[in-house]
Design a protein around this ligand. Structure first.
Ligand SMILES: *Cc1c(COP(=O)(O)O)cnc(C)c1O
Length: 392
């Protein structure tokens, strides 16, 4: 079955949906059993999508978990209240006191905070590595290195990592490979085929897709799934049935939404690339983006998220650019139907293992499902507001 067809059918078996098209929202804490045998069966099968207790999920969660596993080719799927929870649960599944973690330098900022605060406090040491390192990551491995974490493209700056090269090194040394695949989703990047062991997504972004729910997903191959499942359960992680439902619903339109986000974003990115006030555009599908050749090899497409760097502009100039925009709203997160913008004036402060070559401010865009010509007009007007504040 091809991905577009899978997206329509996955997780819609009769055991989850009854006779309706969609799985109903089953809210439950207690599951009741009529016989001792039923209780025994549920206890033995409690990790295998059999109703046991609300924290282990209901049919609404099982339908989503089955769909994600089918789309990714993963062995199991755990749900979390948000993506950040999925990241720390996955890391704590494979790391304990005295262990060493290799974390990509371009990770989502809160992921760095998890390493620097939560993991450091537990006696787990993190070394950040350059996202473009590839097989040279071997030089950073120590006897106690237990995990390598990737995020590709990198947050804000969009460097694309050579996953197979890093996977080959990790496999040879028995090190667990984790990927934050929020940007790729199961549609744009086939994480398990490239050698990932544990794959994380903030479903808050494209899977839910409408900026109205928070949800995290972590999946694993058969080697790591039992550990990930039990660690997440021990930590008490679970998600609401309503949010799991919204994620299942989001899956049905994921492909057509991503295709439109991609087309709109490419149109805006190409326009930006031709403006003389733009230093560079960081979009994985544009030639010149770090790792662009790897992107062409490993990804099947792009989406609505990319960044660009202004040639010049201080905080006041950026303020003039953003305040007064008609369609781009300023806010965190992305992956909904709407366009967003968020500024960053000091990328180098977020990096410790790689050099950021630009002095101008970076603006990250999420290109929504509006007409891209309206978005381009909005950006052109933003430049006109900013221009008088720039140095001659
Ligand atoms: C948003 C995001 C997260 C965190 O997800 P939440 O659901 O907001 O907790 C993790 N990784 C990436 C790449 C993200 O963009």
């Amino acid at each position: 079955m091809r991905k577009a067809t899978q997206l329509i059918h996955a997780g819609r078996g009769k055991e989850w949906t009854g006779s309706a098209v969609n799985p109903p929202v089953v809210r439950a804490s207690t599951i009741v059993f009529d016989t001792m045998d039923e209780l025994k069966h549920a206890t033995a099968k409690r990790g295998d999508r059999v109703p046991y207790y609300g924290r282990r999920g209901t049919a609404t969660h099982f339908a989503l978990q089955e769909a994600i596993c089918e789309l990714e080719g993963s062995a199991g799927c755990a749900l979390y209240p948000c993506g950040a929870a999925a990241i720390n649960a996955a890391l704590l599944t494979v790391l304990k006191q005295g262990d060493h973690l290799l974390m990509v330098d371009t990770a989502y900022e809160p992921t760095r905070a998890i390493c620097d605060k939560l993991l450091a406090g537990l006696g787990i040491e993190t070394t950040y590595y350059d996202p473009l390192l590839g097989a040279a990551i071997a030089d950073l491995i120590r006897p106690n290195t237990k995990a390598i974490f990737l995020e590709s493209p990198g947050s804000l700056t969009m460097e694309v990592q050579d996953i197979p090269a890093i996977a080959a090194v990790a496999k040879a040394q028995g090190i667990c490979l984790l990927l934050d695949n929020t940007w790729g989703t199961p549609l744009l990047l086939d994480a398990y085929a490239l050698g990932i062991d544990i794959c994380i997504q903030s479903a808050t972004k494209y899977i839910v897709g409408h900026s109205d729910a928070m949800l995290g997903i972590a999946t694993a191959n058969s080697q790591y799934w039992p550990q990930l499942r039990e660690q997440s359960y021990l930590m008490g992680y679970c998600a609401s049935a309503d949010d799991a439902y919204l994620a299942s619903r989001g899956l049905r339109t994921l492909k057509i939404r991503l295709e439109q986000h991609q087309a709109n974003a490419l149109k805006v990115a190409n326009w930006l690339a031709h403006q003389d006030w733009v230093e560079t555009v960081r979009h994985p599908a544009l030639p010149g983006n770090p790792g662009h050749d790897i992107f062409k090899r490993d990804f099947t497409g792009s989406n609505g998220l990319f960044s660009f760097v202004l040639k010049q502009g201080d905080a006041k100039a950026v303020q003039a650019f953003i305040e007064g925009m008609a369609h781009f709203k300023m806010g965190f997160s992305w992956g909904g139907f709407e366009s967003l913008i968020i500024p960053n004036l000091s990328i180098q402060k977020l990096r410790t293992a790689s050099h950021w070559p630009y002095a101008g401010p970076l603006l990250r865009l999420h290109i929504g499902l509006e007409d891209p010509d309206d978005l381009i007009a909005d950006l052109a007007a933003a430049y006109q507001r900013m221009q008088p504040l720039l140095l001659a």
